[in-house]
Design a protein around this ligand. Structure first.
Ligand code: ATP
Ligand code: MG
Ligand code: MG
Ligand code: MG
Length: 566
């Protein structure tokens, strides 16, 4: 394709609503446009990326023996009433009525619909196993849509559902999907980790999540570098007996946040269980730096003010402006934030609990709840959801100690067993003539979230560095002087035709722009390879090659480009 034919528009600055670098870059590169909260249009350039991700996902699903179908997005309430989830799913489900006042929802997931298909279509063990999948738009009315396509309300998911005659069969189907997921994320060039996971609202027994590793990820993962143990901390927490903590001491512990850190993580870092009675306060230390203090329940803000708390002489309360500045909060923003990297945090290990970030003398006027980003839990649950595993805790398999990292959940596989088939009376006739409920599995991939997660992991100060498998184009050919020089025009047109004939996914930049802004655009949108054609090089029969990931410029003879690029 030629840039003169491709609609794309790049921005120098990201709109202020974008907090995460991936969101900013997706907007700046013109991949997406915001329509409303959690609603995005995929512009032509962005859609190319999304389609590439879908392509890899489809290919691996097909190879694993799953078959694609497409279910409706709108689902009748009756199906959800059969499983009880019409009432249970909660406000994430967008409920709608048709003109006859009948209840429907915009599907947040499709277990009910596919189980209905199975009970109508699959009658005998001879038809099993079967795995159906679709790539489709879901709607979840997320409490806090943010980070662009990473936590959108309308998003693209690949969801697959397996039906087996026995638990052993389910385990085999699950194993195939687990492998297919690993293949997908490897092919997409992403650093990821599969972790044991909680089954959440979907239900069932065994479950794993696939996480793209990134500091901005909302999930905290615990893994053991010496074994293959890895779990979402929610689960690690449930499995591992709480490790013995440091003996109660009046001494204040002093740590620095390694990265953007929420209250929960601060507590996790320090091994402090969270209840409701203790405050996190923001103070300015003697050196004028903002420090967060976890204030024990039996200390009052007044004591802090009067410098009566041990180890806190020379502190004063931070003002709202100072907190906003340190936390990078826009005016008026009172949502959850984390302490930025490098914030000093002081806590007393005897602290029983904490709840809010509080600032202001006796009269707390500024609360920032210690909520992990995007968690769609009501406040009360957030407190119960707090993690207590800290790096260095013994691993539940007894084969080493745990390390922690952050992840973005991009895939989730579940062994549902017979939860849905029993509730919906979806049965088949087994080899012994008995009617049995299907053993089911379900397998989701956040196709659109992957694009954001990949950028979170692959970018630099100049923009996106797409892994080749999902780049909108593999190669940019920047023709400097295309509109001035007949030689450049002729060489560029010919090279473009040759590369296209050779099957290279090439974008010819034939715009009448300054070279600097053409390079900047090609870098911003993340094209992995770039060739530059200009009068000077052409005089020697050469073009210049540079990789988006860095490295030196290389001169390549014009005639050898096709072979060089392969
Ligand atoms: P999360 O914990 O991030 O809310 P989830 O556990 O609710 O995700 P699942 O029900 O497991 O999500 O759905 C399968 C996949 O769909 C997830 O692994 C994730 O990649 C993707 N996904 C879920 N919610 C969203 C969303 N709001 N925006 C984009 N992708 C999403
Ligand atoms: Mg969710
Ligand atoms: Mg989740
Ligand atoms: Mg999940």
């Amino acid at each position: 394709m030629r840039t003169s034919q491709l609609y794309f528009s790049t921005l120098k600055e990201a709109p202020s609503e974008a907090e995460l670098v991936s969101h900013k870059l997706m907007l700046r590169a013109g991949l997406i446009k915001r329509l409303g909260s959690g609603l995005y249009t995929w512009m032509p350039l962005g859609l190319k990326v999304l389609r590439k991700v879908e392509g890899v996902v489809r290919d691996e699903m097909d190879k694993a023996g799953a078959q694609e179908l497409l279910m409706p997005t709108i689902q009748p309430a009756e199906l959800w009433q059969e499983t009880g989830r019409w009432a249970l799913f909660g406000p994430q489900m967008l409920k709608i009525k048709d003109r006859h006042e009948r209840d429907f929802c915009f599907g947040p997931t499709h277990e009910e619909v596919i189980t209905d298909i199975a009970r109508l279509e699959l009658r005998s063990y001879k038809q099993l196993p079967v795995n159906f999948y679709q790539v489709q738009v879901k709607f979840r009315d997320e409490i806090r849509p943010r980070f662009g396509v990473m936590r959108a309300r309308e998003f693209v998911m690949k969801d697959a559902y397996s039906f087996d005659a026995s638990f052993e069969g389910l385990q085999a189907s699950y194993g195939r999907m687990y492998q297919a997921y690993s293949n997908v994320f490897s092919r997409l060039g992403l650093a990821f980790r599969a972790v044991a996971a909680d089954t959440g609202a979907i239900g069932g027994s065994g479950s794993h999540e696939f996480h793209v590793l990134a500091d901005a990820g909302e999930d905290l993962l615990a893994y053991c570098p010496d074994s293959d143990y890895a779990a979402n901390v929610e689960l690690a927490e449930a499995l591992a007996p709480a490790a013995p903590r440091a003996a109660a001491s009046e001494a204040l512990h002093d740590v620095e946040t390694p990265k953007q850190t929420t209250c929960e993580q601060v507590a996790g870092l320090m091994g402090i269980p969270i209840e409701k009675t203790v405050k996190l306060i923001a103070v300015i230390d003697a050196a004028g730096k903002l420090v967060i203090v976890l204030l024990r329940g039996d200390h009052s803000l007044n004591e802090v003010k009067l410098g009566k708390v041990e180890g806190m002489d020379g502190f004063r309360f931070a003002t709202e402006e100072e907190i906003r500045a340190a936390f990078n909060c826009p005016p008026g923003f009172l949502g959850p934030v984390g302490a930025p990297a490098g914030t000093r945090i002081i806590a007393d290990r005897t602290v029983a609990a904490m709840s809010d970030w509080v600032c202001g003398a006796n009269k707390p006027k500024f609360h920032i709840a210690g909520v992990n980003w995007g968690r769609d839990l009501p406040e009360a649950d957030v407190v119960a959801d707090v993690r207590n595993v800290v790096a260095g805790d013994p691993s539940p398999d007894g084969r080493g100690v745990l390390a922690l990292c952050r992840g973005i959940e991009v895939g989730h596989v579940f062994q549902l067993r017979t939860k849905y088939s029993e509730a919906m009376n979806a049965t088949f006739t087994d080899v012994d003539g008995q009617l049995k409920p299907f053993e089911m599995g379900c397998y989701g991939i956040g196709v659109s979230r992957i694009v954001g997660a990949a950028i979170e992991q692959n970018h630099d100060e100049r923009g996106i560095r797409f892994p080749l498998a999902m780049a909108p184009f593999a190669l940019a050919v920047v023709a400097v002087g295309y509109h001035r020089s007949d030689a450049v025009k002729a060489a560029a047109d010919q090279l473009y035709a040759e590369l296209q004939a050779a099957g290279v996914d090439v974008l010819l930049d034939d715009r009448n722009e300054r070279p600097g802004s053409m390079f900047a655009d090609m870098e911003l949108i993340g094209i992995p390879h770039r060739l530059t054609l200009g009068d000077k090089g052409l005089a020697e029969g050469m073009v210049e090659y540079v990789a988006r990931r860095g490295g030196d410029l290389e001169k390549v003879p014009l005639g050898e480009v096709a072979a060089f690029i392969r």
